[in-house]
Design a protein around this ligand. Structure first.
Ligand code: DOR
Ligand code: ZN
Length: 344
């Protein structure tokens, strides 16, 4: 096959950041995605409808002329979130709220410390038809970092989905066979996003031959058997799995650091890298579902009308990109050859 045309995809999980950075991150995503679920872990976090709408305005200001792009905003849940915050957010067109266990990842210290105390908020979300997006890791010090997703399923997520069967839950950026099986066996109100890095890499790519800070993200890459389980999940064509890049930019100096930040900036090559994975799996016919239809169907939104075409052409992901403030950033999979290219 030398070209593939699919319904224009959406990115159901990413981080744009704010300020100057938007002039880099928004065009990178708008080049091929029609919509994106925008994560709210700014400093300070996006905790109410007013902040979300103001942030949306700043994102729209950064969309290049001639591109249509629709940012879908999210609310950052804290133990101070009220049921009224949910009602107001839904009325403002905000489709989802994000649950970060406090301390699980970048800018999550203000997030949820007492998960069960959130149950009245989850109840209101189910009533309002607002989706719950979950960073599924426990943060207990004694739990090994490689086990944190599985322990979250057992201790937290199983209880949430059984207590709120009407609540739509997206288990974000899943990394384990346990998570893929949990989602596959759960009700139709439970789905998951999967990133390019968790399909392409495993923890050897993080640690063998030296620490690779640009492959460090959270949840951390797992062993190859988990990677293979995720690949089989997308190959299955199940509508429960869809595209969420978790593109998460951090400047080079913040990644190549004694305490390096978590996150892979994948926006520049994401759709092409997903195509490569599906081709390796001999499942290119499943790419459109994963990238373009399962997500909007789960969210209850219309599928996009436009299409994109990927052509079989080799190109190399740049070693560095210069941010608007002059600092370099290393994109995900920098320096590697990609076999698919977005046709302009
Ligand atoms: O690797 C990650 N980076 N995982 C997250 O959950 C957050 C993200 C970020 O904001 O940098
Ligand atoms: Zn994320």
């Amino acid at each position: 096959m030398t070209s593939i045309t699919i319904i224009k995809p959406d990115d159901w999980h990413l981080h744009f950041r704010d300020g100057d950075m938007l002039r880099e991150t928004v065009p990178a995503t708008a080049r091929c995605f029609e919509r994106a679920i925008v994560m709210p872990n700014l400093v300070p976090p996006v905790v109410n409808a007013k902040m979300a709408l103001e942030y949306k305005g700043r994102i729209l200001d950064a969309v290049p002329a001639g591109h249509s792009f629709d940012p879908l905003m999210t609310l950052y849940l804290t133990n101070d979130t009220t049921e009224q915050d949910i009602v107001d957010a839904k009325a403002a067109g905000i489709p989802a709220a994000k649950l970060y266990p406090a301390g699980a990842t970048t800018n999550s210290s203000a997030a949820v410390k007492e998960l069960e105390a959130m149950y009245p908020v989850f109840e209101k979300m189910a009533q309002e038809g607002m989706l719950l997006l979950v960073h599924g890791e426990v943060t207990d010090h004694h739990v090994d970092i490689f086990d944190r997703e599985k322990v979250f399923i057992d201790q937290k997520l199983t209880a949430i989905v059984s207590r709120f069967p009407e609540l739509k839950v997206v288990f974000e950026h899943i990394t384990t066979g346990d998570a893929a099986a949990f989602v596959a066996e759960a009700s139709d109100n439970v789905a998951a996003t999967i990133t390019p890095q968790h399909l392409m890499l495993n923890r050897n790519d993080l640690l063998v031959g030296g620490v690779r800070p640009h492959n460090f993200c959270l949840p951390v890459l797992k062993r190859n058997t988990h990677q293979e389980a995720l690949r089989q999940a997308v190959k299955s064509g199940s509508p429960k799995f869809f595209l969420g890049t978790d593109s998460a930019p951090h400047a080079k100096e913040a990644k190549e650091n004694a305490c390096g930040c978590a996150g892979c900036y994948s926006a520049w090559g994401a759709i092409e890298l997903y195509a490569q994975v599906f081709e390796e799996l001999d499942a290119l016919d499943k790419l459109e579902g994963f990238a373009s239809t399962h997500g909007p169907d789960f969210y209850g939104l219309a599928r996009n009308k436009d299409t994109i075409t990927l052509v079989r052409e080799e190109w190399t992901i740049p070693d560095e990109i210069i941010l608007p403030d002059g600092r370099p950033i290393v994109p995900f999979h920098a320096g590697h050859v990609v076999h698919w290219k977005l046709a302009s």
